[in-house]
Design a protein around this ligand. Structure first.
Ligand code: ATP
Ligand code: MG
Length: 119
């Protein structure tokens, strides 16, 4: 069976200007995130996409944006960002270096949930 994401914590990533923790029930086949415009749906999905696939998520293809400048919350620098994802009792942590490249520890090679985002 494929691995299921159990939780994600965001710190200074996009709209998550405060530490934000989301827990998902891994026993459920489907998780639905819904909310008003601007409530943070894309922030959560972009963080999951970034951790497992890299890239700028919903900012991809927008030439005027860069990971370094636009993925940290406004007024924050790349080194302030921290993303943690939990699954199967494991926690992966993502941090940017100064140039905006994400490093995932313990290792991006760890078996992890497969993430596909359809936009
Ligand atoms: N880098 C950032 N710094 C600060 N605030 C940001 C940043 N990126 C996004 N936001 C703000 O965070 C909030 C959530 O944005 P997000 O795009 O995640 O919402 P959404 O629920 O996907 O909205 P929509 O329904 O319009 O797609 C918005 O108020 C947005 O302006
Ligand atoms: Mg959105």
């Amino acid at each position: 069976m494929s691995l299921r994401l159990e939780q994600i914590s965001l710190k200074h990533f996009r709209g998550a200007v405060q530490i934000s923790l989301f827990r998902f029930d891994p026993s459920k086949r489907l998780v639905m995130i819904f909310g008003e415009n601007g409530s943070g749906k894309s922030t959560v999905v972009d963080a999951i996409d970034l951790m497992f696939n890299g890239g700028k998520g919903s900012l991809e293809g927008r030439s005027s944006t860069s990971a370094r400048d636009h993925l940290p919350s406004l007024g924050r620098s790349p080194s302030d960002v921290e993303i943690e994802v939990g699954f199967e009792s494991k926690v992966l942590t993502g941090r940017f270096n100064r140039s905006g490249t994400l490093t995932v520890t313990p290792s991006a090679a760890t078996r992890h949930p497969v993430v596909k985002v359809l936009r």
